[in-house]
Write a protein that binds this ligand. Structure first.
Ligand code: ADP
Ligand code: MG
Length: 702
């Protein structure tokens, strides 16, 4: 199950609000802390958004526990009289308040607090506190309780108390008041957006009913059903949220279908020629996706298709056939890769496949000499080159083929939704688009996040691959691994040795790569060791890579620049140093570089202890699984969907309430409902989108 972490805390933070000195305070721009700013920070831009600002959890404050009866390990509500309250410094600054009731005493401890709170807890005052109790050094204590000053007999609430996500300087009580006010302000805020024929067959609660229940659960509500978000009131809200997302993506898709793209049915002259000269038979999965793409290209609206397939499943040839079909119809194709190395590899492979066929290929590398670069550019802009291969950056910033019929984007997963959309606007215009990704996105995620795309999946590997044996080895046994490398090379094999990933510093990463290269050159003196890293000039990189491909280099020390796509069949061993630092998708990609030939291959994951729990979990997953989809699913479990898709940078808001793992059924229902609504009652769509996304227009426009 995926637990969403709430970005906003429920406790006040002292750092932001408490001024360091009086002088400072007056200098601070006022606008930074208005109520509107704070609300904006929790995603509330309009008053009606408060209606959808739902509790994180609930506290049961309907009972008081006698102070003498509280035990450690769970939340309690107590009352007592303040004995003393002062600021102490035990490692860090804290407010410590001792309360008593009869003979019993309890410490309330606060690490973040406002001066006003310190003042309120004056000796002799009666305080009602709610919070978790734990065993402290000097007896039981309550950490960070919520509290209020009360009189004897101040009535207790008779319902669960909602706790909302909030931000610095916006107290729970204040937020509760704002929400309560919004709930009664305007009946339109609670209006029903779903027609009965959508709601009733799915037994969904009414919107107003669900909202009232969640903000103010009745006395007999099950706190567990609420906390786990399985209550029907939650179901309705999650359904609404998913429906809004589906509607918005489907509307993009509709808008796209109204645009015109060149019809490129082809005439099979080139595609047949390529099929005949391929040294292998296409798998059934490849044939299926080729047919899907072929149909799209023959239609007059822009294709937006995501081609998913695990590392090594054979996406390139599918793309090549799509390219040729486009070229047969007289249009140009841009083939884009995320890195120079990969672009060059594609270029070489395509050039070999198309050798002798009437297709002009231009290779546009950042590292080309000025003259050749100019030639390539001219070939593209004059339309002479039917197929242009290069990095995304080149096509975005430098050149646009004038008769562009199809843009192929390899390794799409490296680019977020924003880039995907930018590409659509810049240069590519209304050409067909084929995006390829080796990060298999779990079905639920794909349905939800890529509802604006068509998805083709290659779910079958070409025959004859031997699975890669994966070994987890501690750094302490490094010497053994070096011996193993020696043996593999003596038998004619080749080895990748992947440098540790140092995300914080590219410079440090480079130094480590150079040091590793020196180490292996010295210990493996009889072998030829090569070095490949991102700071090398493109032609140096290409030369090193080419030497490795020709078998002149036995061991290639490389940074993650080799992560994607590079293909050397003779490389049968990979060592990944500090494997615990890599992400699952990266490890899977890297491992996919070996096992390309018929020989038994091995991937050694060298790890250094101690490891974090998360790192251990990752290595376990990669050790136990070879199927990219399963690895992606586990990745999602470990990390959560936000990070998985890089959604934070992507501009697509995360789902706030629905949970992609647990709510699969709901996602399906929302998807169907979106289709129904758009067909039967498009008028209802606008109100629904306005409620859920109205404050976030960029999502609708994207
Ligand atoms: P990826 O999907 O990771 O981009 P590639 O397209 O690079 O995979 O293909 C991996 C290797 O498999 C290449 O050497 C390619 O020529 C080869 N290949 C592709 N399709 C088949 C097939 N049907 N049978 C055998 N080999 C294939
Ligand atoms: Mg590839």
């Amino acid at each position: 199950m995926v637990r969403k972490k709430s970005a906003a805390s429920t406790e006040p933070r002292s750092g932001r609000k408490e001024p360091k000195s009086k002088g400072r305070k007056s200098e601070e721009p006022k606008s930074a802390n208005t109520l509107a700013d704070k609300l904006e920070r929790i995603g509330v831009r309009r008053e009606q958004d408060l209606v959808l600002h739902l509790p994180l959890r609930y506290e049961d404050r309907t009972h008081l526990c006698p102070l003498g009866a509280v035990k450690a390990g769970q939340p309690w509500q107590v009352e007592g009289t303040v004995v003393h309250c002062d600021i102490q410094y035990r490692g860090r600054r804290q407010l410590v308040c001792l309360i008593e009731q009869g003979d019993a005493q309890l410490v309330l401890r606060f690490f973040h607090f406002y001066p006003s709170q310190h003042k309120a807890l004056a000796p002799g005052k009666r305080v009602r506190a709610f919070g978790d109790v734990r065993e402290g050094t000097f007896g039981l204590e309550m950490i960070h309780p919520g509290f209020q000053i009360v009189d004897v007999g101040t009535p207790l609430p008779d319902r669960l108390t909602p706790v909302y996500p909030t931000t610095a300087g916006l107290a729970q009580d204040a937020l509760r008041k704002l929400v309560r006010r919004a709930l009664v302000r305007d009946p339109a805020y609670l209006g029903e957006t779903l027609p009965p024929w959508t709601r009733e067959p799915r037994r969904l609660w009414g919107f107003a009913q669900a909202i009232a229940y969640l903000h103010d659960p009745p006395t007999d509500a099950s706190q567990q059903a609420l906390d786990e978000r399985v209550h029907p009131a939650w179901t309705r809200l999650k359904f609404d949220e998913l429906l809004a997302q589906q509607l918005s993506l489907k509307m993009h898709r509709r808008a796209r279908s109204k645009r015109k793209a060149p019809r490129v049915p082809g005439n099979a002259s080139l595609t047949n020629a390529l099929r005949e000269r391929l040294p292998f038979a296409l798998t059934r999965a490849q044939q299926r996706v080729i047919a899907e793409i072929r149909r799209d290209l023959a239609r007059g609206e822009p294709m937006q298709r995501l081609l998913q397939g695990d590392v090594g499943s054979g996406k390139t040839v599918v793309a090549a056939l799509a390219a040729l079909q486009t070229i047969e119809s007289g249009f140009q194709v841009a083939f884009m890769a995320p890195t120079e190395i990969l672009a060059e590899q594609h270029y070489r492979k395509l050039a070999a496949w198309l050798d002798g066929l009437p297709v002009n290929i231009a290779w546009l590398s950042g590292g080309l000499p000025a003259k050749e670069r100019k030639k390539a550019l001219t070939a593209i802009t004059s339309g002479d080159a039917q197929l242009a291969v290069g990095t995304h950056a080149l096509f975005q910033d430098v050149v646009t083929p004038p008769r562009l019929g199809l843009a192929i984007v390899d390794e799409q997963h490296r680019f977020g939704v924003v880039q995907r959309l930018a590409l659509r606007q810049k240069g590519i215009g209304d050409a067909h688009q084929l995006m390829m990704s080796a990060t298999p996105i779990p079905r639920t995620l794909a349905m939800s996040f890529y509802a604006d795309l068509d998805v083709s999946v290659i779910d079958e590997m070409p025959p004859g691959r031997t699975p890669v044996a994966t070994k987890l080895v501690s750094q302490r046994r490094r010497a053994e691994i070096i011996e193993r490398v020696r043996k593999v090379c003596a038998e004619g094999g080749q080895v990748y040795w992947v440098c540790p990933l140092i995300e914080e510093s590219e410079k440090l990463e480079l130094q480590t790569a150079v040091a590793l290269y020196a180490e292996l050159t010295a210990t493996l003196a009889e072998l030829t060791v090569g070095l490949l890293h991102g700071r090398m000039k493109p032609d140096e990189k290409a030369a090193t890579m080419a030497a490795f491909v020709r078998g002149e280099v036995n061991v290639l020390v490389a940074t993650t620049v080799i992560e994607v796509g590079v293909d050397v069949a003779n490389a049968s061993m990979m060592v990944i140093e500090h494997a615990e630092r890599f992400g699952l998708a990266q490890l899977h990609q890297l491992r996919g570089r070996v096992g390309r030939g018929a020989d038994e291959s091995v991937c050694v994951l060298l790890f250094e202890e101690p490891m974090s729990e998360m790192a251990k979990a990752r290595l376990k997953v990669i050790y136990e699984n070879s199927d990219g989809f399963e690895i992606a699913r586990q990745d999602l479990l470990i990390r959560g969907p936000g990070e998985f898709l890089g959604a934070r940078q992507s501009g697509v808001p995360l789902l706030r309430f629905a949970d992609l793992e647990r709510d699969v059924k709901l996602i399906e229902q929302a998807r169907n409902a979106a289709d129904e609504l758009l067909r039967r009652e498009p008028g209802a769509v606008q109100a629904h989108l306005e409620r859920w996304l109205g404050g976030k227009q960029e999502f609708i426009r994207a």
